[in-house]
Design a protein around this ligand. Structure first.
Ligand SMILES: Cc1cc2nc3c(=O)[nH]c(=O)nc-3n(C[C@H](O)[C@H](O)[C@H](O)COP(=O)(O)OP(=O)(O)OC[C@H]3O[C@@H](n4cnc5c(N)ncnc54)[C@H](O)[C@@H]3O)c2cc1C
Ligand code: SF4
Length: 567
């Protein structure tokens, strides 16, 4: 039964409370708008729900998880690197939330359905884009041109970074601009040695730096610096890493203008053909299954890339039979993720009397060094990749399957193994229309909402990038004196990098894109999509910092437009 909830008429509705929804809520509330955040999942109370300090011996399955239950309910989600016995509660139930793919094109769709979304489980690596990235499509004739350049977004990167807190080292690279940094985390002794040896061999052509990460090394307000406990994917009661639960939602709440409604699954944006505007959002209450409609003057979709695409595809009307704002026919096209797992690892001899103390929630970064200029141009592929990784001593965790039994075996496991340095590549994916999501003709989720058919595969360009990652990682390890080098040759499954992007791209032309340069639907001016769906290309940097900056920028534009009575 549909109930029209006209009591609650808001200035703005935000769908989703993850990384982008939290930012939209904060900025809208701080700019004076009464804002309703509709969140499909449950509410989160850090004191009750976070478990980062629970040791394995206090876990029911000693950290291995309830494999039978997980296989039954979360066979996709369990493939994420952040999924474990305790963090599994932050992931979606795959049975209630199905999707389909072609049989020969698997896609790992990771979803975190609760207040905070994936901001609770993310890896927190944050990197700016540059004009090398914003100009890439135009330069290469791939997809459509970004309607913005670095100068448009740079002040918004500043704005976001000051609030979230980013620790890192300034390098003054034009293709990877520096952020507003807190002091960097320290490299361990072997990473520092590898960095110095790389500098000696490759000079400035290949650099290594500590990861740029949204984890505090200095306090911000009530958020404490990180104490290196380690399992961030289970939450952080000291609020040391950025999540919407720890940072943006409290800021929105402090204004007194935020209404957060958990258990509210948005399935359509309502379009008013008379005004040519979105009038509100329809949700199904996840617990009561009653349908509600909420109205507002402006709507922000921040449900994560593919979920926002799904909502738009489901929002069909006589005016937009192919999905809301889809006059261009491009809705659902150009789905991207980063290709990963190209790389290598090797033993670095020496320093056997040294070990790391604590669990630094961060690794190292080798910024992109391919196709930056004429000198680094490659004949086998366009675009590039960066390496993340680090050095550590092999501990007992990696040797539990070694043969052995009894006291001698346990004693052997207490001794640390050699230092191993790993380099794992993240490669750019091209925005190709062949990689697409559409509604599945028959498949419905547990609430009867049509779900997605996701059809994505790597192209020859991504596979060439992957091969090059592996060879260049091995080359670098060899150059720094590593032995027993192991090459990683199998590419990741699309989606597995957790960086879903595209489907409602930004562009200059309403005939070839869904959104304009302000993340605003060309055809529905009071509708904004600011999650990864808006991405016109993927670069090789982790994308969420760019989503946050785009979200804050879009809110500023929306509020200014509302004040001028243009929306
Ligand atoms: C393991 C892991 C590691 C990652 N590491 C990094 C990293 O190091 N750096 C980086 O840049 N990115 C990283 N990412 C990606 C990052 O988490 C996402 O890019 C980011 O969270 C996207 O923000 P979002 O707001 O679009 O989506 P989310 O943060 O996922 O939030 C979406 C919210 O919308 C809600 N929602 C969904 N559908 C509906 C609906 N129909 N109605 C109402 N609400 C809905 C969800 O429940 C969720 O709360 C990582 C992701 C994972 C999973
Ligand atoms: S390692 Fe740092 S950021 Fe991660 S949970 Fe612990 S204190 Fe928080």
């Amino acid at each position: 039964m549909a109930m029209l909830d006209i009591e609650r008429d808001y200035d703005a509705i935000v769908v989703g409370s993850g990384i982008t929804g939290g930012w939209a809520a904060k900025e809208l509330c701080e700019r004076g708008l009464r804002t309703l955040v509709l969140e499909a999942g449950r509410d989160i109370d850090p004191q009750r729900d976070y478990t980062e300090h629970v040791p394995p011996w206090d876990m029911r399955f000693r950290g291995l998880g309830n494999r039978r239950a997980i296989e039954a309910r979360q066979p996709v989600q369990r493939r994420s690197v952040s999924f474990d016995e305790l963090s599994h509660v932050f992931w979606t139930d795959d049975v209630d939330n199905p999707y389909s793919t072609p049989a020969d094109k698997p896609f790992d769709w990771f979803r975190a359905r609760q207040v905070g979304g994936k901001s609770i489980v993310w890896g927190r690596q944050v990197y700016r884009w540059s004009d090398l990235d914003f100009e890439a499509n135009l330069r290469d004739g791939v997809g459509v041109d970004w309607p913005i350049r670095y100068a448009d977004i740079a002040p918004w990167y500043d704005h976001v970074e000051r609030f979230i807190g980013v620790s890192g080292e300034a390098l003054a690279l034009s293709h990877l601009p520096d952020s507003v940094f807190q002091p960097p985390m320290e490299m361990n002794v072997v990473e520092a040695a590898v960095r110095d040896r790389l500098r000696a061999k490759f000079h400035s052509a290949r650099r290594m730096t500590i990861g740029r990460v949204a984890v505090l090394t200095q306090p911000i307000g009530e958020r404490a610096p990180c104490h290196y406990c380690g399992p961030c994917q289970r939450g952080c009661v000291t609020r040391s890493y950025f999540s919407s639960v720890s940072s943006t939602l409290p800021a929105a709440r402090a204004t007194g203008r935020l209404t957060l409604r958990p258990h509210s699954i948005a399935h359509t944006v309502v379009y008013d053909a008379n005004s040519g505007r979105a009038s509100g959002v329809r949700v199904i209450d996840a617990r009561t299954r009653i349908e509600h409609e909420f109205r507002a003057r402006v709507v922000f979709l921040c449900a994560s890339a593919l979920e926002s695409v799904r909502i738009l595809l489901n929002s069909r009307s006589a005016s937009f039979p192919g999905g809301l704002g889809n006059g261009s026919g491009t809705l659902g096209l150009g789905i991207m993720d980063h290709i990963k797992w190209g790389g290598a690892s090797g033993v670095i001899p020496g320093w056997e009397d040294r070990q790391t103390i604590g669990n630094r929630p961060n690794g190292i970064l080798v910024p992109r060094f391919r196709n930056l200029d004429r000198g680094s141009r490659q004949s086998g592929f366009i675009r590039g990749y960066q390496f993340q990784g680090g050095a550590g001593r092999v501990g007992w965790e990696g040797r539990t399957r070694d043969p052995g039994i009894g006291a001698e075996f346990k004693e052997r496991l207490t001794r640390l193994g050699p230092w191993v340095m790993s380099l794992a590549g993240f490669g750019e994916t091209l925005a190709r229309d062949e990689n697409r999501a559409r509604l599945d003709d028959t498949l419905r989720d547990a609430w009867g909402i049509p779900t997605l058919h996701i059809d994505v595969a790597w192209s020859a360009n991504e596979l060439a990038i992957h091969r090059d990652m592996t060879e260049s990682a091995a080359e670098m390890l060899e150059a720094v004196g590593a032995r027993d080098i192991v090459r990683r040759t199998r590419p990741s499954v699309p989606g597995n990098t957790n960086h879903e992007m595209g489907g409602a791209r930004m562009g200059r032309d309403r005939k070839s894109s869904v959104l304009n340069g302000w993340n605003q639907a060309h055809e529905v001016p009071n509708l904004f999509v600011t999650d990864g769906a808006c991405m016109t290309s993927s670069a090789c940097q982790n994308p969420s910092l760019t989503y946050m900056a785009l979200t804050a920028r879009a809110v500023s534009h929306a509020v200014d437009s509302l004040r001028r009575r243009e929306l």
